[in-house]
Design a protein around this ligand. Structure first.
Ligand code: ZN
Length: 423
């Protein structure tokens, strides 16, 4: 990890600030700028942990932070330990320890036995820039806390990043949620990640959420989630253009907006708009490009050289073909609207489902704007399967939406995600 000190900026600074705040140190605003208050909080943390209090996050301090961020320790049982005592030491509960250690007998633990101990902290932070690395670590954190979940990769991005999926449930009614086809819309990634965490915590404790019986959902349904379809684009937006990026020269050329990538880049790393790259009247989307001022790879709306030209869309299409989804939801973030139609192929039940989602979220049921009417994921899904497919646009304002909208967006969408597997 990069060393952080006074004057450092970026997603890792935000991450450290958010962590410090959660464990009781005041770093000032979580703004990604390593100022004097953050330095002071780091120094205090270091003093409390018997480190040199230099206020710099170097390898030794990072190591301790990373233990918190991974969200668990492997603990070797000592004489006179009980699960209860261990739980107290880690600000967690015996139930959480038992969940993370299938088969453990809470009354009989042996000296030297190694057990996984989750911290009391949440795995998924929702007040930070949610990069690919952070998502990857969070998926690992969820997997350790809830070893009964299935996770994996449906393919790789242009730059070789994993396109992860998480499966909640083991029933035959399969639904699919995906996020961040568009990189500026990365707030949709922590949206579904937080849903996973809240679902798993409540399910493992036998609790319901909003009156929904999670055991029923788990037994009847399988919710498949791909939280980041476009990880290369998300990292470009959140971390800036890395000089080692193999598309460095091209990206500079392709971004003709005169504005930074962090404000304009919705495409994948080859300048293809992934939600205009599916084989659903792709050529009609293509025909619109000159009118939209698009003549090749760029920040938005370039549909690629041919349908499914990109590894990310190929992976999502293949994953869809290999499953039997009754319904899909693609999360985007440009408005508070639910798009539910595709040409005259929309199945009859889609409107009533869209109305239920609208009631649950407060979002409007809307017609697709003409410049976004073709070659999207939901379009392709409806065309291929004649089953309900939705694009849900969360939040209001110019992308990327400020993370301060997260709690509202989460509250608007939680019930949709609980309801869909039951329909
Ligand atoms: Zn979008």
């Amino acid at each position: 990890m990069e060393t952080l000190r006074l004057g450092s900026t970026g997603p890792n600074v935000k991450l450290v600030q958010s962590l410090l705040k959660k464990i009781g140190y005041d770093p000032g605003p979580i703004d990604g700028v390593y100022g004097p208050r953050t330095q002071q909080a780091v120094a205090t943390f270091q003093r409390d942990n018997n480190l040199t209090p230099d206020g710099i996050v170097g390898p030794v301090t990072w190591n301790i932070f990373l233990r918190f961020l991974k969200g668990f320790d492997i603990y070797s049982v000592r004489p006179r330990d009980t699960l209860n005592k261990i739980a107290q030491k880690y600000y967690t509960t015996t139930n959480a320890i038992v969940t993370a250690n299938p088969g453990i007998n809470p009354d009989i633990i042996n000296v030297g036995q190694r057990i996984t101990v989750p911290y009391g902290l949440d795995v998924v932070f929702t007040d930070i820039d949610y990069t690919y690395d952070i998502m990857e670590r969070d998926i690992e954190g969820l997997r350790v806390r809830y070893p009964f979940i299935e996770t994996g990769s449906i393919g790789r991005s242009v730059l070789g990043k994993n396109l992860y999926y998480i499966r909640l449930g083991r029933g035959p009614r399969e639904v699919f949620y995906n996020s961040s086809h568009h990189s500026l819309e990365w707030i949709t990634t922590p949206l579904v990640m937080k849903f996973c965490e809240n679902f798993l915590r409540a399910y493992s404790q036998g609790r319901s959420i909003r009156g929904y019986n999670l055991s029923n959902i788990w037994e009847q349904s399988s919710i498949y989630i791909v939280p980041m379809v476009n990880p290369d684009g998300v990292d470009l937006v959140l971390k800036g253009l890395d000089p080692l990026n193999p598309f460095y020269e091209q990206l500079l050329r392709w971004n003709t907006t005169g504005r930074p990538f962090s404000q304009v880049w919705n495409s994948n790393i080859r300048g293809v708009d992934l939600n205009r790259n599916y084989p659903a009247r792709w050529e009609l989307g293509k025909a619109q490009e000159p009118m939209l001022g698009i003549f090749g790879p760029g920040p938005t709306r370039f549909g690629g050289p041919f349908p499914l030209s990109e590894p990310e869309t190929i992976a999502v299409a293949n994953f869809t073909r290999q499953r039997n989804f009754r319904m899909v939801i693609a999360y985007h973030s440009q408005g508070r609207e639910i798009y539910w139609t595709y040409l005259n192929l929309t199945p009859p039940e889609s409107l009533s489902i869209a109305n239920l989602f609208s009631k649950a979220s407060g979002y409007a049921v809307a017609d697709v704007p003409p410049q976004a009417a073709f070659a999207g994921y939901k379009d392709w899904f409806i065309q291929e399967y004649r089953r309900p497919g939705f694009t849900i646009e969360v939040g209001l304002g110019r992308n990327p939406l400020p993370i301060e909208q997260f709690d509202t967006i989460y509250n608007n969408n939680e019930e949709i995600m609980l309801l869909a597997p039951l329909l």
